[in-house]
Every structure is written in C-alpha cells, then in structure tokens.
Write a protein that binds this ligand. Sequence first.
Ligand code: 13P
Ligand code: SF4
Length: 306
Amino acid sequence: MKDRISRLKREAGAVILAHNYQLPEIQEIADHLGDSLELARISKQLSEEVIVFCGVRFMAETAKILSPDKKVILPSPDAGCPLADTIEPEQLRDLQGKHPEAWTVSYVNTSAAIKAISDVCCTSGNAAAVVKNAPAEEVIFVPDRNLGSWVQKQVPDKRMILWPGFCYVHELFRAEDLDEARRLHPGAEIIVHPECRPEVAAGADYVLSTAGMLKRARESSAKKFIIGTEIGLIHRLKRENPENEFYSLGNARICVNMKKTTLSDLEYALKTGEPVIQIPEETRTRAARALENMINPDYHNPGAVS
Ligand code: 13P
Ligand code: SF4
C-alpha cells in the first residue's frame, strides 16, 4: 500500500503533510511532519498543487486559507477537534461586544468562521509572543482556557479574558501523575503541553508545543523524559532519539480524531482527489488576515499591524 500511495502521490503532483499526533504509519509516509505552526508555515511555501492533510479539520482549513489556489484534501473528513467546537461565532461576537477595546487572539484550533472575526491567530508554539505583541491592554483569548492561563503567566501586563474551552485529551493529565512519574523515573525531565491543566503545567519542568518538545529532547542532556501530550508524539520522539527513553505522563492519552486517518483513507484520497476542503471566499479572506498576522514578523513590531 505504501508503494501505491507513493505512486499515486507522484501522479497527482501531491504532497503529504501530517501532524505529530498521527498514526505511526502515516507519520512515516508523510513528506512533512510537524506541529500546527510548522505545518501552517510549510503549507504556504509548497510548490505542489495538491496538499493532502493528515490531521484534523482546522489544520487542513488553515492550509486552504493560506493557499487558496491549492487543492487541500482531508482524507478523513470527520476528523474534527472538540476543542475547536467549543465556541460559535455568535458567542465570540457577544464577548467582543462586552469588551470593545480588546484584541481578539484565537488559537488555530478554531473554525474558519472564528478566525474570520479574530484579529490574530496563535498556536501553542507562539501564543505568548502573539499576546505580548497585541496592540491593546485587554485580550480576548479563545477557546482554550488552559493555554490562556499559561500565556497569562508569561504576559502579566495584559488583561486576558479566557473562553472556558479545553482539550479533553490534555485535561486528563493530573498533578498526581507528576508525583507518580517522579517516583517511578527519578531524574527524568517532565515536559507537558500548554493545553494541560494549570497545576500540571506549574509542576512540569518545561511547557512546550509538540515541536518544542522534539527540540528539547534533541538538545537536553537528560536520558529519560516524561511526556504530557497525545501519545502519537512519543512515536516520533523514540524514532528520532533511539538512545533515550520516553514515557507518557500517567496513562497514555489518545486523541481519537487524530487517529482517524488510515493508509487506506490516504490511498482513497489520492486516487479520487477527495474530500476537498472548501471555505466561502469572504470567510477565507478574513481568516487569512488573522493567520497572516500570526506569521508576519511585522506583527511582532507593535504598531505595525492594523
Ligand atoms: P501543537 O501545535 O503543539 O502541535 O498542538 C496541536 C494540538 O492540537 C494540541 O492538541
Ligand atoms: Fe483537538 Fe485536543 Fe485532539 Fe489537539 S489533541 S486535535 S486539541 S482534541
């Protein structure tokens, strides 16, 4: 099947992007593997006309928003993100009405419709920098309350209004898991994702995006690591650092949506050119502004963004 997929990919002039939480066999066949920020950046720079996105819907939508002339295919169309579904545009508009001076920062884990009414987007890899450089004292931050409260600690001079959404996968890690991990693996480095609860983030050695975790594992002198994120990342960590040991914090946590894409979905998508991501043009243009603000270095020079 892998050979057939490679042949179909060549014939279709396609490129395969995959998130770090994908199934091992999908990670291994991907042309580019990364976190949300890396994949958003890469999708903008590709020369291929067809992008097959192995991840969840908001990630494929982000690629389409940034590269409107390309065909973006999501092989498993029902791979959504329950965190992204916690906020509807009317709810965000309501919040904006209550805080008219605030700058709206939306995590990329949102629908295109939410991005379209946001000032700027962020990912877990750049959230603190994006909020720090917001040209307002008050920031509406949606939809992840855990990422929001972690950012608030890094950027105390902003007044952040947090939407109460959370990721059910990361919410499952508990502070007790940290004690147990330290007891079982003394000396191991504990790295967690900022979508974890505040008490888990506070007790960890590092709080990093999935790409940040990979970088830390490469650069650290530690030999053992405890990882507080979706289990798919551990496959990549072990593959890239075979001399080191990686364990999940507490029980292994699985994002069912990230595991929906199989090799046969991928083969079907390449054979048929479907299912394709479509976004109404007006929504896309507005959402592109928020995403471009996130990527544009000018955003990070306060005053340069309108
Ligand atoms: P990263 O941006 O760190 O890859 O995280 C994406 C995500 O969905 C976390 O649950
Ligand atoms: Fe959404 Fe959580 Fe799955 Fe990430 S791990 S895609 S935030 S449900």
